[in-house]
Design a protein around this ligand. Sequence first.
Ligand code: SF4
Length: 288
Amino acid sequence: MAREAKTKPKLLPKDYKSKVKPTWCPGCGDFGVLASLYQAMARMELDPARTVVVSGIGCSSRLPFFVQTYGFQTAHGRVLPVAIGVKIANPALTVIAVGGDGDGFSIGGNHLAHAVRRNPDITYVVMDNEVYGLTKGQTSPTSPLGFKTKSTPYGSSDAPINPMAWALASGVSFAARGFSGDPKHLTDLIVAGVEHPGFAFIQAMSPCPTFYNTFDLWRPQIEALPEGYDPGDRMQALSQVFRDDGIPVGLFYRQERPTLDSHTRVTAHPLREETEDFDVQALLEMYR
Ligand code: SF4
């Protein structure tokens, strides 16, 4: 009698939780983003042994500790170069970069435009709370004009940057915005981002209830992109991200073009021609 083939047990969102409990303040928006990530990973059945979550520094950059995959917390602002390096070293891995608005748009800001140009097949989720939380509430690159903090007691005189406009103007191949208060929708966006062959930029509006509680401010403004919206039209996407009424969420833009790792796959390491698996021992032998 033929033996029944063993089926691989399906991974559930809880299977992606590590033993490290999140250390965020109660009610932090980043919990919603983490929940969405667990859901997205389970929906795509990502193999934890072939998934790497990379972060920079900040409250949201603690996230890799809470996920049962490979992880790497890098220096402040350096999430993208490290994530891209991981992907180039082994294109078979799923690489998800995470971080906050300070990490990604201030000290790490220059990396965004160049990551976008190179179009590596990675996903970058920025938890944007418009404030520095880890260092106890200073203005960040996305803080609104006039924002009063201990570092700006008379109100910030710096205009906020528009991360979506920045990514779109730099030529990003996937741009989406979600809200941590709607984890189901954010899950859909993360799945779409990871499945997109190229650099997927996701701005996750994720309030910091401790230093700038925007849940009540943002929730009534969050709305879907208008009916008939075409995510293949970059100019339409730009007109939506520059709107000053409401906070539109959804998939703003998607375009398929060659990725950095598809280029390096054929031009780089000879070991990769034989196998998709990164053979550390063989590599060490080569350089011995
Ligand atoms: Fe979250 Fe703000 Fe607390 Fe940081 S300080 S964990 S961003 S609520």
